[in-house]
Design a protein around this ligand. Sequence first.
Ligand SMILES: [Cu+2]
Length: 198
Amino acid sequence: MKHDLVVKHSLALAALVMMVVATSQAGTISGKVSGVSGESAVYVEVAAGKTFPASTQQPVIDQKGLMFQPHITVVQQGTTVEFLNSDSVAHNVFWPSVGGNKKLTHNLGTWPKGDKRPFKFDNPGAVPLLCNVHPEMSGYVIVSPTPYFALTDKSGEYKIENVPDGSYTVTAWHEGAKSQSKPVAVAGDTKADFTLSK
Ligand SMILES: [Cu+2]
């Protein structure tokens, strides 16, 4: 009788420990994007039944020296980006599509030095930034559907931290290359490499 109770207690404790472990485990996804040179964006796609914290980012994309700076900005879906003009000439910001969808084309307008305009990116995918005053200007906002994303370094290495354990689809994007998505099972520290081509 006494022994039975101890066993029951131990089982209950073990179950509790397992629950705590199961709900608190998070890992990193890291690896390398090769086949292309320079920075790529890597992000985790939405997974069924999972909810994510809202964006806390407040990114600024500057137009300086006739360039979008930074050239590539990765944000979580729902993030408001401030577009600043630091040049003495007026710049425009527009994009022909979002995630390849031309219906999501938008022109933010043209504004002078020191001014900035916000835009909230509610749709996921790559947003090619252009300026209709300077055809040579180009940049990108990559809108990640989850808070789990990274920009690789110039050699293609990346690390996405604090991803809850589970099964995901991870996408790698590179300017001018075909994006690649692959299933990744995150359990602690997980590796995912990509090889992209044009
Ligand atoms: Cu411009």
